[in-house]
Write a protein that binds this ligand. Sequence first.
Ligand SMILES: Cc1cc2nc3c(=O)[nH]c(=O)nc-3n(C[C@H](O)[C@H](O)[C@H](O)COP(=O)(O)OP(=O)(O)OC[C@H]3O[C@@H](n4cnc5c(N)ncnc54)[C@H](O)[C@@H]3O)c2cc1C
Length: 375
Amino acid sequence: MSASPKHIVIIGGGVYGAKFAEHIISQAASIPVQFTVDLIEKRDKFVYLPTALRNCVVDVTGDCVKSYDNLFSGPDRPGKGQLIRGVAVRIDEDQRVVLLENGAKIPYDVLIIATGQKWDTPLAPRNENVAEYFSSVRANVAKSKKIIILGAGSVGCELACEIKDRYGKEKRVILVQKDRLPMSAHYSERFRAKLAHIMDQLGVETKFGYKGVANTDGTVSLFKDGEPAELVQADLVYESSRYNPNSSFVPEQWINAKTGAIKVLDTFEVEAATTPVFAVGDVNSFPEVKLALHINGNTLPVLTDNVKSVLQGKQVDKIYKTKLDAIALMLGYSKATGVIKTGTFGDIVLPGWLVKRMKGQDMGGSKVDLVLGIA
Ligand SMILES: Cc1cc2nc3c(=O)[nH]c(=O)nc-3n(C[C@H](O)[C@H](O)[C@H](O)COP(=O)(O)OP(=O)(O)OC[C@H]3O[C@@H](n4cnc5c(N)ncnc54)[C@H](O)[C@@H]3O)c2cc1C
């Protein structure tokens, strides 16, 4: 009698979890061990975050909110995997199970954690009716005349430009950032200055060099050099949050106490786990700018080979290295910029036309089905 199939369990059906589920199933014929895949996801639909940002302003729901229906139903995937709707609340390594909020216990032989990070509004859809959520965000933007965004990282900058590009003079958008330029010092001054210039062209008002604190009455207090400087009224305040991984359900000893990230080796194995557990994507501690593009760089082959090794009782030995340190920003429909970090030759700032061509005028939305293998 053949051995019963091994259980691969993935927590989180975002870019990393959903893509890995599709990919490992597509590899089944080349893996000499029977296995099944359970994908645990708390939301009713897949959300592609890069395009979801535009969906906060213009209705592009079809490009960024996707059904999971086709993920396991392709002709090459019968009976290989299933989506389990639920919230993972605990991992019990002694019993090798993932516990869900509804009391269910999902047994695993190999566990992959891909729960991403928590985003504050407007990018934090509830678990049900994701599409409806974005519709209410758009309605809020539409009725607000003055919008303050706290934090000029990639999300804050793209959101500010998206709103100005769509609404022009109809709305004031004020972007607040503690540093004197947008983005972080990871990027060159030249790139950051170019980005600031584009935002200026679009009419985004900037308060660089200020720390903004959102008050409960809807106002924002601005501080300069630690001293109160201004109190600003707003119709809408968005906090473009700091890194905040979704890791609260894993054993405490797995987590970096400072960042909240799950500590991994460069094989993606969770450092302190005693069973085969991997963590990929935004939730892990691997030191790189957290981006969806890494899944199609080295992440997928390294994770797949290492999971295959576990299934076959072999040594896990594939090592991950960041393949490309780059960022591409769509600043509304009309403008774009980006940068590739080369190390030796410094930062290469990309012209807008090239970024638009690489990322697509639709922020990659039309390629999501293809990338996920759910087309
Ligand atoms: C506005 C914005 C723009 C971006 N633009 C780009 C870009 O242009 N290019 C690029 O490469 N990257 C971009 N990124 C980054 C990219 O989107 C992330 O790196 C990527 O989505 C991370 O994938 P993930 O699978 O780790 O997490 P996510 O995509 O966030 O998926 C995590 C999934 O886990 C689920 N989940 C969480 N906790 C639980 C739980 N306890 N139980 C069950 N399910 C759970 C969530 O519901 C979610 O579906 C952008 C991000 C944002 C926010």
